[in-house]
Design a protein around this ligand. Structure first.
Ligand code: NAD
Length: 302
């Protein structure tokens, strides 16, 4: 069996695969080379760089499994894979804690103005009175989407003494009771939350879920965080709401266009931005690589 590692993955995953297969790492493979060379491989491992298109899948007579070492399979043509009987696997659980930790980092960066204060001190200033913060203890955290990541955010924000409201039409009352959260409709959450954090997938239903009408009903000092996907928040409306003082601030890890070039949000002081790194810890990447390697082993071993 031969496995193509098309994007950089953790060494632990490679070692796992080497127990059952010949592993070829070509992490700079071009789309053209992939189409011509995939014919020799039984499995391919990607992260987000490599696109496993229909053309690639149709050029791969031996291919049995496509593994995405991470969350989501946006870069794999799942329909084409299904038609050809090729299995597609990913590791959605591998990054939940890591993304929840990044979310808490962004919440704290906003509530205590850490990023902007850091910039100010490095510019040689000492503007203590400019950076009056907001304590999280006793504040309401609104979680939109309480799946794997949202649930980890619940646990961490409770440790900060926050009260939690959740909007998620698909969670069961048992799951809500187990985590001790109040489930409300979106309007109630938006009207009451001091901090709002988004953890839903991007779907036709969630596209622009947070736009002008939603900003209009938020508290004017509310902080909104998005570590899920660009396009769930409508950036143009967020910019207008921030400029109009309808919301207090925003922290984003994901954007409608990545990287966010010529985006007016980049100019605002009450915005903290990170470059889609919420899942980027060595622990999460190691776990993702091991999980998908085990899936490939299972397929090879029948
Ligand atoms: P999950 O599937 O476990 O949870 C998603 C939750 O959203 C579910 O509970 C679901 O019921 C809920 N939901 C779906 N549609 C909804 C709607 N219309 N309104 C309200 N709730 C809705 O997913 P997860 O593992 O927690 O990940 C959440 C999202 O985070 C992913 O879809 C992914 O896009 C994003 N993510 C981003 C990064 C990053 O690097 N920034 C990394 C990992 C995941």
């Amino acid at each position: 069996m031969k496995v193509l590692i098309a994007d950089q993955i953790n060494q632990k995953g490679i070692e796992e695969l080497e127990e059952v297969a010949e592993v070829v790492a070509r992490t700079d493979i071009t789309p053209e080379e992939l189409v011509s060379d995939i014919k020799d491989f039984d499995a391919i491992v990607v992260r987000s760089r490599t696109k496993v298109t229909r053309e690639v899948i149709e050029a791969a007579p031996l291919l049995k499994i496509i593994a995405r070492a991470g969350v989501g399979v946006d870069n794999v043509d799942v329909e084409a894979a299904t038609e050809k009987g090729v299995m597609v696997v990913n590791a959605p659980e591998s990054t939940s804690i890591t993304v929840a930790e990044h979310t808490m980092g962004l919440v704290l960066s906003m509530s205590r103005k850490i990023a902007i204060a850091d910039k100010s001190v490095k510019e040689g200033k000492w503007e203590k009175s400019r950076f009056m913060g907001m304590e999280l203890n006793g504040k309401i955290l609104g979680i939109v989407g309480m799946g794997r990541i949202g649930s980890q955010v619940v646990v961490r924000s409770k440790a900060f003494g926050m009260d939690i409201m959740v909007y998620d039409p698909y969670i069961t009352p048992e799951a809500a009771a187990e985590l001790g959260v109040e489930v409300v409709d979106l309007e109630t959450l938006l009207k009451n939350a001091d901090v709002i954090t988004i953890h839903v997938p991007l779907t036709p239903e969630t596209k622009y879920l947070i736009s002008e009408p939603q900003f209009k009903i938020m508290k004017e000092n509310a902080i909104i965080v998005n570590c899920a996907r660009g396009g769930i928040i409508k950036e143009a409306d967020l910019y207008d709401a921030l400029k109009a003082g309808e919301v207090g601030g925003a922290a984003l890890d994901v954007y409608e266009t990545e990287p966010p070039k010529d985006n007016p949000l980049l100019e605002l002081d009450n915005v903290v931005l990170t470059p889609h790194i919420a899942a980027s810890t060595s622990e999460a990447q190691r776990d993702a690589a091991i999980i998908v390697a085990k899936e490939i082993k299972k397929v090879f071993q029948g």
